[in-house]
Design a protein around this ligand. Structure first.
Ligand code: MSP
Length: 516
């Protein structure tokens, strides 16, 4: 089955920080999981390059906007490799193919009768690129998100008839109660709709850095329409020699809560106006906080994803963010927190379990995994787990899915202590023919470890592959995830998955490495 998953496309006028990396990691977990289930995944990310903040910075620096975005977009593209992101395409909204498709799609919306010309007057935040409605205006006409003064804008614009989609949107939310998750975000979007929708600008006349409106070339399209449409346009050119538009639509979007209105209201309305099916689901994340405040360039409290990965490895950073911050909620992150989870959970819980399990097979059975059944106690403890994880991931309960798996990691650690294989090995010395008990324990442990490695792969892509290679059982196929489904092999060497000497260099992982 075709499956498209996306991150928001990033504004290019800042350097990437861990808050951006977070959406990428969440989307990557879903992409990897779906590939394990055999889907034909198209995982899309990229940069949002139009709009006046870019034009303003370029003007200040005396370069063209195109030169500026060409300089900055690669910084976001470069985040993919260190994060082990498996994205399939990096879309840039200054791409001519995207621009042509935006023109075609928005002309269709106009041809369908949803566009008209009128004068606009109202409050606008240049940082959000958002025309604020009355309920979204802070004290003294400021932006509640950025705290800056809103601008009073007056211009002749093309408008999108958003108000006409009030009822269709209410119906969408009623018929598909979980199309926006978590529920708190769904309710927020629905309340906004119920408050009454006003028409919104489709074009801007005062700006020239954007996609020209074909029927009125003095205008460019309002940057949010151009940006949202990336999710659609890139399907046509994101995979060499193939057009995925029909096979992969509708998509699943991972977004942050600050861009909910655009994705949960404007976007489905625009798609309805163009006669295109609305997205499959919106998964809305909260904010990563540092000392209680949103991590952001303007606050100067950003953590540099490149330095964190350098210090602890991609797997640890991915794991930490998704384990520490329940997806959908806000949560504080820090390098100390990362180090603590690295040591207690990755190195001790998982790393030790894996290394001691393999070491015992080598010591007691010359590396050959005994060809016996898995202990029923552990089989029971894992029963139904892959299905539970699948459901949770589909529903955006990403941290809960990880927790379900981690409980089994802990269960396996308890199993080692309860069965004490070293005692069984001593007993075998006195009764060499009686190997059944230790055989079962060793097979159960290696299968348990293999199972959690397959299940954890989306979160820990590099270390799980190393572990599965050491078990000589490299398959990531989801259907084989349960203990008992793996081959009887000879195990190889496994250097520590999470060495204890990592992340000692505080400086490398400290704040402010982002000069942005
Ligand atoms: N360009 C728009 C998105 C257009 S999508 C059609 C945009 N870009 S952004 O670069 O400002 O933000 C990209 C994403 O990063 C947003 O989803 C935002 O919520 C997320 N984050 C930025 N800082 C964040 C944190 N501190 N924590 C978690 N995510 C945050 O918005």
């Amino acid at each position: 089955m075709g499956y498209e998953v996306t991150t928001p496309i990033f504004y290019v006028n800042a350097a990437p920080h861990l808050g951006h990396a977070y959406s990428t990691i969440v989307a990557d977990v879903l992409a990897r999981h779906r590939r394990q289930r055999g889907d034909d995944v198209f995982f899309l990310t990229g940069t949002d390059e139009h709009g006046e903040p870019v034009a303003n910075v370029a003007a200040e620096r005396g370069i063209t906007p195109q030169e500026l975005v060409d300089e900055n977009a690669p910084k976001f593209a470069a985040m993919r490799e260190p994060l082990e992101s498996s994205s399939d395409y990096f879309v840039r909204t200054s791409d001519e193919r995207h621009k042509a498709a935006v023109q075609e799609l928005l002309t269709r919306v106009k041809d369908n009768g949803h566009v008209y010309e009128d004068d606009y007057e109202g409050w606008y935040c240049p940082k959000c690129a958002d025309f604020k409605t009355d309920s979204e205006i802070g004290e003294g006409n400021t932006c509640p998100i950025h705290g800056i003064d809103l601008l009073r804008e007056r211009e002749r614009n093309w408008f999108f008839r958003l108000s006409a989609f009030q009822e269709p949107l209410e119906r969408l939310f009623a018929e598909r109660p979980d199309w926006v998750v978590p529920a708190v975000r769904r309710n927020e979007a629905l309340a906004f709709i119920k408050g009454g929708l006003q028409d919104v600008s489709l074009s801007r006349a005062a700006i020239s850095w954007g996609v020209p409106v074909p029927w009125d070339p003095e205008h460019v399209f309002y940057v949010w329409w151009d940006a949202l449409l990336n999710y659609r346009t890139a399907l046509a050119f994101g995979r060499e020699g193939e057009d995925l538009t029909d096979s992969h639509w509708p998509p699943v979007h991972v977004i942050g809560k600050d861009i909910l209105k655009f994705h949960a209201i404007y976007w489905p309305a625009l798609l309805m106006a163009a006669g295109i099916e609305v997205p499959r689901r919106l998964l809305v994340g909260g904010f990563l906080l540092v000392d209680g405040a949103k991590m952001s360039k303007s606050r100067g409290n950003v953590l540099d994803p490149f330095a964190a990965v350098e210090a602890f490895g991609a797997d640890a950073v991915r794991f930490y963010l998704l384990r520490e911050v329940a997806f959908g909620s806000d949560g504080s992150v820090s390098i100390d927190g990362l180090r603590a989870r690295y040591e207690t959970e990755l190195a001790n819980d998982l790393g030790n379990l894996a290394s001691r399990s393999l070491a015992m097979v080598r010591r007691y059975r010359d590396g050959r995994i005994p060809d016996v059944a898995v202990d029923a106690e552990i089989a029971d403890a894992f029963a139904g787990l892959p299905d539970t994880v699948t459901t949770m991931l589909d529903e955006g309960r990403i941290s809960q899915a990880l927790d379900e798996i981690w409980q089994r990691v802990r269960r396996l650690n308890r199993y080692v202590e309860e069965r004490a294989p070293w005692t069984l090995a001593k007993a075998e010395k006195d009764a060499p023919d009686d190997t059944a008990a230790l055989d079962t324990v060793l097979r159960t442990l290696t299968e348990g470890v293999r199972s959690v490695a397959v299940l954890l792969h989306p979160w820990l892509p590099a270390s799980t592959v190393r572990l599965l290679e050491a078990l000589d059982a490299p398959s990531l196929v989801w259907d084989d995830a349960l203990p008992g489904g793996g081959p009887v092999t000879t195990v190889g060497d496994l250097p520590p998955l999470f060495p204890k000497d990592r992340g000692v260099d505080d400086g490398a992982a400290g704040r402010g490495a982002d000069a942005g």
